[in-house]
Design a protein around this ligand. Structure first.
Ligand SMILES: [Fe+2]
Length: 180
């Protein structure tokens, strides 16, 4: 189940608020300028589907978001359980960083934990199947895919080449709960 947990940035021990109602989650994130939506596929999603078929199953929402956010390219990434590089991949985004463009992810399958450092708060967003999140450009955040990651996600980019994680140098990510 999708979940939002809000903490004071200086107190990772006690959450201020926890929500599982996706409408409430969307409102609380929208107040912070963060887009959160739930999308429905127009066809059944099966494991053997191609990237093109997955994208076409969500075409209307993708086109709407491209128009609203000025995104140019769309792709699909997948990670299956038992990946030998899981630990290395997990560490790649498990420190506080920013990007010079929005980080837009739609979860076709599986899950991931987005942790957004918004002023004096940390918003931990557990995204699951059917959830779309857009982390605005230059927002400090980290991402946990878990110890044995499994997800299929659609990504939208302004500029795929420019999508680089820039460390903030902060150790804050180590203080907060992980996905598992
Ligand atoms: Fe990121």
């Amino acid at each position: 189940m999708s979940q939002l947990t809000i903490y004071q940035a200086h107190n990772s021990k006690q959450a201020l608020q926890q929500e599982q109602d996706v409408k409430v989650i969307a409102v609380l994130l929208a107040e912070q300028g963060v887009r959160f939506e739930q999308w429905q596929a127009t066809t059944d999603i099966s494991p053997e589907m191609s990237q093109e078929d997955i994208i076409s199953a969500y075409q209307d929402d993708i086109e709407r978001l491209k128009a609203q956010g000025g995104y140019q390219t769309v792709d699909v990434i997948s990670l299956a359980k038992g990946n030998p590089n899981a630990s290395e991949l997990r560490q790649k985004f498990l420190f506080e960083h920013t990007h010079s463009e929005d980080e837009v992810r739609f979860f076709v399958k599986g899950q991931g934990l987005f942790c957004l450092h918004l002023h004096d708060k940390v918003y931990q967003v557990l995204c699951q199947q059917g959830d779309l999140i857009s982390v605005p450009e230059n927002t400090p955040h980290w991402f946990d895919m878990g110890s044995d990651p499994e997800f299929t996600a659609i990504r939208l980019f302004n500029n795929q080449e420019g999508w680089v994680a820039k460390s903030t140098g902060s150790e804050i990510a180590k203080q907060f709960p992980l996905l598992d």
